[in-house]
Design a protein around this ligand. Structure first.
Ligand code: CP
Length: 305
């Protein structure tokens, strides 16, 4: 793998290879010593132009467990603040010998732009409203670990689909792996023509959730909802918030997922967030295994995109 820019670019076989490799990484992640030397001598850079807790830290841990050196560039205190462009910034860092750049950026396509201009490999850690491929991979891995498969499962993605790179990457990944994907949310937060991505659309959350194997709630991204067309958090919670009652329409063994961070009591209630169906904490743990798998696959040789 040269770069990981989105799940749109990957085949089902490639996705499965990453999930299987993540499973092989678990013994390392779970051992008391943790460290192995697959990535000894590799320099991995995290460059985040937007806030992150889970993605940045889990990439750093994954790289360290595999023996790599990691550096985090804090955009707020770097020369980006003096107006240095994205490509000049990364070229400067590449001159110090960087092998993989992990980047989050508010602009759709920024990781692709970077990948086209530098020799180092690039992993997209979230670009605008486009894709967040490692989040979707860890979600797929979590589903596979619980259900033993992804094919033919009914997966409901609920909330602010319009602004969600997590939704887009999950739709690509889930449909490629053969799941039935349903999206649900307020009409102004559902992209037009989303059916072309192979999903069904519901505006009634209870109807959407009937017989679901997985319910994935998304964060209401108020920071991206600029116009007055969108519901307030209170309105959203009233019509689309997921509680025990909504979840009861799903299959008894339903998984309740959320990529985090959660607006507690808005997208989902606190009790189900911490209840038996919730995989929210496990998703974070699985993110380390997925990111170890990716770093391993991307550095073991070969030049496949
Ligand atoms: N899910 C996710 O991307 O979380 P962070 O913004 O904390 O990285």
């Amino acid at each position: 793998y040269k770069n990981l820019l989105g799940l749109r670019d990957l085949s089902a076989e490639e996705i499965q290879e990453i999930l299987t490799t993540a499973h092989l990484m678990r013994p390392v992640m779970e051992s008391p010593n943790k460290k192995i030397t697959y990535l000894m001598g590799k320099n991995i850079l995290t460059l985040f132009y937007e806030s992150s807790t889970r993605t940045r830290v889990s990439f750093e841990l994954a790289a360290k467990y595999l023996g790599a050196t990691t550096t985090n560039v804090s955009v707020a205190t770097s020369s980006v603040n003096k107006g240095e462009s994205l490509i000049d910034t990364v070229r400067t860092l590449q001159s110090m010998g960087v092998d993989i750049v992990i980047m989050r950026h508010p602009m759709t396509g920024a990781p692709k732009l970077l990948a086209d201009h530098i020799e180092a490999k690039v992993i997209n850690a979230g670009d605008g409203i486009n894709e967040h491929p490692t989040q979707a991979l860890l979600d797929l891995y979590t589903i596979e670990r619980h259900k033993g498969r992804i094919k033919d499962l009914k997966v409901v993605i609920a909330g602010d689909i319009l602004h969600s790179r997590v939704a887009r990457s999950n739709i690509w990944g889930l449909t490629k792996m053969g799941a039935r994907v349903v999206v649900a949310g307020p009409s102004t937060l559902i992209p037009k023509k989303i059916e072309k991505m192979g999903v069904e659309v519901f505006q009634d959350i209870k109807k959407a959730v009937v017989d679901a194997d997985v319910v994935m709630a998304l964060r209401m991204q108020k920071e991206r909802q600029e116009s007055g067309l969108f519901p307030s958090l209170r309105e959203y919670q009233h019509y689309f918030g997921i509680d025990e009652g909504v979840l009861s329409y799903a299959k008894p063994e339903v998984l309740l997922m959320h990529p985090g961070p959660v607006n507690r009591g808005i997208e989902i209630t606190s009790d189900i967030m911490e209840g038996p169906h919730s995989t929210i904490e496990e998703q974070v743990t699985n993110g380390v295994a997925i990111r170890m798998a990716l770093l391993y696959l991307m550095t073991r040789g070969g030049d496949k995109q």
